[in-house]
Design a protein around this ligand. Structure first.
Ligand code: ATP
Ligand code: MG
Length: 233
């Protein structure tokens, strides 16, 4: 049982894409969701059902057609683009399926990047990033560029980067989708440890059934809505 306060509320969320003259593709059709601080939520469902779309909306990376996303009671889409990206930078960390690391920068620089537009001075920022890189086991790879890291190392680097600004909410979109089972498992262990250690809320999209069962709750999407809502513990 989790007695923490609500960190995220998704209210009647719709997302449609305009498709030329032929009309619209209705992907999300009124999603409602409430997440408490420190919870781990798995989002599952078939390919194309709208899992990434939902995660992007929660993270303020895209605009809904209708509905609200509230983080800490703040309606994220009431703000203009600039304020929205500031709030996103402060509260949300994103781990993408394909990591989106900056190829021309080193591991340490990649992790420092989100902090450069944040609040820390550069000395504090560097210290924090070195700690994060230690947490994800990359202390020996600080000066490697992403192309010089293995797939698993790149994903761990992406996790460290998502944590730079101590986000309360960590969003991970199939972070281990293109890793072997062993590497995927150690990445999952890392995400679970980080959740316990920092009481970070984790929302993870996954096709991995075993992993989803380790989350506190599983949200199953189907045809634009939540088909099943399972509480594991
Ligand atoms: N920018 C866009 N314009 C038009 N249609 C889009 C756009 N982005 C996504 N879609 C469509 O919306 C649907 C949902 O896409 P989404 O990426 O959210 O699926 P998903 O559940 O994450 O799938 P997967 O498991 O394959 O990653 C898909 O049918 C996709 O083709
Ligand atoms: Mg997806």
């Amino acid at each position: 049982m989790n007695n923490n306060s609500t960190i995220l509320r998704v209210i009647d969320l719709y997302k449609s894409y305009k498709m030329g003259k032929s009309g619209s593709l209705h992907v999300l059709k009124g999603i409602n969701l409430q997440v408490r601080e420190g919870e781990i939520i798995a989002i599952v469902g078939p390919s194309g059902v709208g899992k990434s779309t939902l995660l992007h909306l929660i993270g303020g990376l895209d605009w809904p057609t209708k509905g609200r996303v509230e983080i800490d009671g703040r309606d994220m889409f009431r703000y203009d683009n600039e304020k929205l990206s500031e709030l996103r930078n402060q509260t949300v960390g994103f781990v993408f399926q394909f990591h989106h690391l900056l190829p021309e920068f080193t591991a340490l620089e990649n992790v420092m990047m989100p902090g450069l537009i944040g609040r820390l001075d550069s000395k504090q920022l560097k210290k924090r990033c070195l700690t994060l890189l230690e947490e994800v086991g990359l202390t020996d790879r600080l000066n490697h560029r992403p192309g010089e890291l293995s797939g698993g190392e790149q994903q761990r680097l992406a996790v460290a980067r998502a944590l730079t600004n101590s986000p309360r909410l960590l969003l991970a979109d199939e972070p281990s989708g293109n890793l072997d089972v062993h590497t995927a498992n150690s990445l999952h262990r890392l995400l679970w440890q980080l959740n316990k250690k920092h009481n970070q809320t984790l929302i993870i999209v996954t096709h991995n059934k075993e992993l989803a069962e380790q989350a506190d709750k599983i949200i199953e999407l189907y045809d634009g809505n939540i088909k099943n809502y399972t509480r594991n513990h």
